[in-house]
Write a protein that binds this ligand. Structure first.
Ligand code: PGA
Length: 250
């Protein structure tokens, strides 16, 4: 399976800045053969970024998606419409949405289902916060978030999932966890997936990735882990050189 590196630009750039950075990425980045690179701009930037990405080896993703296809849902964005703009992926259940908008596991579950129905691959974010970590709750929290997100989700042959393990307390901190700590959680995630799906589906359709202060100097350590298939990158994806460095060490 290809590794996957996802740039999550969050709400850091204006639509104009997003088009500039996309053009720079298109010019400067060379994804390797066995690598998939996904750019997730803001909703406002999607259409222009999609235009720039035409003919490039970069894939478009969204930072969220609502669970309904269409209707009276003020301010929401349908996965069907995102797909129409060319989005292949959607980040779901990011800790910043869970914290700032009270996004629940139930909502994440509905979004996972809606994305799959619209032929988009969900990037499901799971991870413990600092207090949960201190209380020794990491395994419980991750297992709970994951099993709730995947409740009643039957993956059929061509449906894919990305599970992003992001220890919330290292997001945007400039200091990732040790790869060994992530490996321990990857194993729990992998075991949960094996309990839920046939092993061929787990092997061929689901990739586990790490997120949380990924940068040039720590990416290789995570990629050395058997279960790690890539990254969700925030801060380092806002700079061409740093992001290129992450791709090179992956
Ligand atoms: P970071 O963000 O790389 O800036 O820590 C990661 C994320 O929130 O997905």
């Amino acid at each position: 399976m290809k590794s996957i590196i996802i740039a999550n630009w969050k709400m850091n750039l204006s639509p104009g800045q997003e088009t500039e950075l996309t053009s720079a990425f298109k010019k400067e980045l060379n994804s390797k053969k066995n690598q998939e690179v996904v750019i997730c701009p803001s909703f406002l930037g999607l259409e222009k970024v999609a235009g720039i990405l035409k003919g490039a080896d970069l894939v478009l993703g969204a930072q969220d998606a609502f669970w309904e296809k269409a209707g009276a849902y003020t301010g929401q964005i349908s996965p069907k419409f995102l797909k129409e703009l060319g989005c292949e992926y959607a980040i779901l259940g990011h800790s910043e949405r869970r914290e700032n908008l009270n996004e629940t596991d139930e909502m994440v579950n509905k979004k996972v289902s809606a994305c799959l129905e619209n032929e988009m691959t969900p990037i499901i974010c799971v991870g413990e916060n600092f207090d949960q970590k201190q209380e020794g709750q990491t395994h419980f929290v991750v297992l709970h978030q994951l099993s709730q997100a995947l409740k009643n989700i039957d993956l059929v042959e061509d449906e894919k999932l990305i599970i992003a393990y992001e220890p919330v307390w290292v997001i945007g901190r400039g200091q990732a966890v040790d790869p060994e700590e992530a490996e321990d959680v990857f194993e729990i995630i992998h075991q949960t997936l094996v309990d839920l799906y046939p092993s061929t589906i787990v092997k061929n359709n689901i990739r586990l990735i790490y997120g949380g202060s990924v940068d040039v100097d720590n990416a290789a350590g995570f990629m050395a882990l058997d279960l790690c298939h890539g990254f969700l990158v925030g801060g380092a994806s806002l700079d061409v050189e740093r992001f290129a460095g992450v791709l090179n060490s992956t």
